[in-house]
Design a protein around this ligand. Structure first.
Ligand code: ADP
Length: 495
């Protein structure tokens, strides 16, 4: 019999990728294509929806051509995607009426202020799990409906459709037959009630968004329609936003399990099981992946600047040539802990939420060399991660036993060891760090009965575990100094 595969589509912020995964959960091929970032004004970020689709489509073909297989060998399709990014298109023609407004886009900050002044903050937190912020889709939808001529009228008449990127890809793959999303993506719109699992009619009314444009919402492992090519009909059967997909891909399937992704920023998610924990410490509550029977929630905290601080060392300060240099340089000056860098380049995220904080370097002396700055920058990722983890432990009342990690910066052994030391928690680096795409593949595979939760958990292979070795006195005194450093950066831009 011919071997069968799952196509895992990983539609990210800077590139579209496709992975070919076999029935043992092994990645047998990958293809990736970058696409254009559009910056029409300061603070605005857009993508061309057709380019999102065309790059995704070409990676599907590339990966199959490379592996010399055709669609007869594809058993199912899983999708994971950049979250919150908003697209509105014409139901008949399938043409987008405006570019995709990307999650990073800040144009709707004034609209968010208006919502706050209407007193909606508590309602939003209680029902969507989120804070009112331009990051989420709701105000991006409002902006398009307000700014594109005739859009609101057409939306009311049912002529337009809204989708996050998953919905857009499903629509394209099914030739316009399915207008669907999953719980994890819906929970990032600021319009979805995470208790009732329905669109929130009060918020829709407050934001003047017609219900008719919204997709139907399904569990992450479910049938989202079929892709048809020649005589082949392939189910799209796993869908999740990128961070939730990574949580699933890391097999954080039980209450209390945590993963942290170290990329441009850091994204930490904790599975809180069937408990919807509303944070008192600046975290957000979101839906985790599920196959429908048992809804699972997660707590999420994000750090804005993590790996991008390493890019600053490389491109701004020019003290390293490549990101990988940072490991060797930091190791050379290990043991001298006098410098602290708070990379609050654009304010601070969870748990501080201080948009007026700005970056600072503390403790410079005549002996300070570039290696010390490199070391302090790496360590700032670990300290910020501890800040979020502490908030998570307090909100969930769960003591975290291990931290599973993924993302581009986890190859750095100095960082991983320091992370374990500063948390006093073992850090587990998996063999396969493609956790996001694997999450989408697993979700599809569960629907296809290839795998169940048990096999996914037992399939996790650890590449390396970093065990804490630092004394508790040292850990305490370092973290204390870090907290002091953070305090001194707060509110700087307001002064
Ligand atoms: P994203 O998905 O956000 O684009 P990735 O997961 O691809 O990010 O990770 C890229 C980030 O990781 C970059 O910001 C880069 O500076 C950082 N990075 C890559 N390699 C290393 C390394 N060896 N040490 C520290 N940081 C690294």
């Amino acid at each position: 019999m011919e071997e069968k595969f799952i196509l895992a589509l990983d539609q990210g912020t800077t590139s579209s990728r496709t992975l070919l995964v076999d029935s043992k959960g092994i990645i047998r091929g990958t293809s990736q294509k970058e696409f254009k970032q559009i910056y029409p004004k300061s603070g605005w970020v857009e993508h061309n929806p057709e380019e999102i689709w065309s790059t995704q489509w070409s990676t599907i073909w590339d990966v199959m051509e490379e592996a010399r297989i055709d669609f007869s060998q594809i058993a199912g399709i899983g999708i994971t995607n950049q979250r919150e990014t908003t697209i509105i298109w014409d139901k008949k023609s399938g043409n987008a009426i405006y570019n995709a407004i990307v999650w990073q886009d800040k144009r709707t900050a004034p609209l968010c202020e208006q919502l706050k002044s209407k007193g909606l903050e508590d309602y939003v937190r209680e029902n969507t799990g989120l804070v009112i912020d331009s990051y989420f889709s709701a105000t991006k939808i409002s902006w398009i409906l307000d700014e594109v001529e005739g859009a609101r009228k057409r939306a009311e008449k049912g002529e337009l459709l809204f989708g996050t990127v998953d919905t857009w890809l499903i629509w394209k793959l099914t030739g316009g037959k399915s207008h669907l999303t999953d719980y994890t993506n819906a929970s990032r719109t600021m319009l979805f009630n995470i208790s009732t699992l329905e669109w929130d009619s009060y918020l829709l009314e407050q934001m003047n968004i017609p219900q008719a444009i919204l997709p139907t919402v399904k569990p992450s492992s479910a049938l989202f329609g079929h892709f048809r090519e020649d005589e082949y009909t392939i189910p799209i059967c796993g869908v999740a936003g990128d961070q939730q997909a990574a949580l699933f891909g890391q097999a954080c399937l039980e209450e209390g399990m945590v993963k942290n992704t170290y990329g441009t920023g850091c994204f930490m998610l904790m599975n809180t099981g069937d408990k919807k924990v509303i944070s008192k410490n600046g975290l957000i509550t979101t839906l985790a992946c599920s196959s429908g029977e048992n809804i699972q929630y997660a707590l999420e905290g994000s750090v804005f600047v993590a790996g991008s601080a390493i890019q600053w060392l490389r491109d701004g300060l020019k003290v390293i040539k490549t990101a990988a240099d940072s490991e060797k340089m930091a190791a050379e000056v290990a043991g001298s802990e006098d410098i602290f860098i708070v990379p609050a380049f654009a304010g601070l995220g969870a748990p501080y939420w201080d948009m007026y904080a700005r970056g600072a370097i503390f403790g410079i002396t005549r002996d300070t060399r570039s290696a010390h700055l490199v070391k302090a920058t790496l360590e700032s990722m670990a300290y910020q991660t501890r800040d979020v983890l502490e908030a998570m432990a307090e909100d969930s009342e769960i003591k975290i036993k291990t931290l599973k990690v993924d993302g581009g910066a986890v190859v750095n052994n100095y960082l991983m060891q320091f992370q374990a030391d500063i948390l006093n928690v073992p850090v587990i680096r998996p063999e396969v760090i493609e956790t996001t795409a694997m999450g989408a593949a697993y979700l599809a595979g569960i629907y296809l009965d290839w795998w169940d939760y048990r096999t996914i958990m037992s399939d996790q292979r650890v590449e390396r575990e970093f065990i804490p070795v630092m004394t508790s006195d040292k850990r305490q005194s370092l973290y204390h100094k870090w907290q002091d450093a953070v305090r001194r950066t707060r509110g700087w831009a307001e002064k």
